[in-house]
Design a protein around this ligand. Sequence first.
Ligand SMILES: Nc1ncnc2c1ncn2[C@@H]1O[C@H](COP(=O)(O)OP(=O)(O)OP(=O)(O)O)[C@@H](O)[C@H]1O
Ligand code: SF4
Ligand SMILES: [Mg+2]
Length: 374
Amino acid sequence: MGVGPGARMTADAPGGALLSVRDLQTYFSDRQGVIARLMRRKTGEVRAVDGVSFDVVRGETLGLVGESGSGKSTLARTVMGLVPATGGSASLDGRELVGLRRREWRPLRRRIQMIFQDPVSSLSPRFRVSFLLREPYVINKVPADQQSSVDELLDMVGLSAEQADKYPHELSGGQARRVSIARALALHPEVLFADEPTAGLDVSAAASILNLMRDLRDRLGLTYVLITHDLNVVGYFADRIAVMYVGQLVEIGLGDRILAHPRHPYTRALLSCAPVPDPHLNEGHLDNVLGGEIPSPHDPPSGCRFHPRCKYADPRCTDEVPPLEDLGEGEMVACHHWRRIALTEQPPVAEAAAAAVAAAAAVAAAADAADAAV
Ligand SMILES: Nc1ncnc2c1ncn2[C@@H]1O[C@H](COP(=O)(O)OP(=O)(O)OP(=O)(O)O)[C@@H](O)[C@H]1O
Ligand code: SF4
Ligand SMILES: [Mg+2]
């Protein structure tokens, strides 16, 4: 059953939602050139997020994947009220977040937090770790008896009390991530957006951060939206996976199913390029597999936005926006031809999927090894 045009996508989790996003849009004005800038003339819009809907239930981890520029961070920042939404809705436990004023956000900031994509630049270089960990309490006017101590916060993320006196540039990448996590958890949130929490870390540091996040999820009952390029990370960590392309969701479903039976050609391409333990199974860089780069959200392609890079595209794909088809039990896909593709193309994808499942298992093994080393 179709649920509407591609720009109006829905992707519900089974059960009641803690976080509910509906038809969310974030358009940036695109002023180009000196004269246009001087005249403050709009030359168009960048549709960074263009009609995205999904639900996240309490205690769930939703993995959000997609190429660079697909709109993942903008989506998170919009839900967090850091970027104004152009339209649509995002609600936390039934409370609307879109359009709230700064003052109205204050009580909600304690319930929903974000770990930013670049941890070092998101930590002010002028302040020591101890100040950075107390800052959320100052900004949000949290009474002293509701605050955790700096030592408690450091301990929660596996850092020693000596780190309190350091400046961000004195921390390793993994330590900076841990400080960002401690800062986000200082307010005891229920929902945590984690934007590329393992990017730039070596395998062991990445595994130990994932391990920490898994442990915190279980201990504190956290609900995660985990943003990453790395399908192996979501394969290991996420209950469900949502795939984003040029500002829209193209597929969403249970993690195991997406890895084993990706339906959308874009998901299949992402999987075929995910780094796997056996280099012979790596088919190459995504740009080579798909041909060309992701289109600009300033001028997205007609019909299916994926059609210029899709080897299955036909004239219908150029003309008609594929609806996000509801396959039941939270599974959805937006492709006119996914059934035909599934019938004709299963074997090569199965090999890549098996490799991706093996890679996710390798991430899990590395995380367990990091655990054992502590
Ligand atoms: N403030 C802004 N003004 C104009 N365009 C923007 C702005 N912020 C983001 N964009 C554009 O919106 C699109 C989505 O960007 P976004 O950073 O959300 O993508 P992403 O999926 O997080 O990418 P990455 O994986 O590289 O972090 C990009 O084309 C980007 O250039
Ligand atoms: S087959 Fe058509 S609708 Fe499906 S992803 Fe390719 S271009 Fe889009
Ligand atoms: Mg990003």
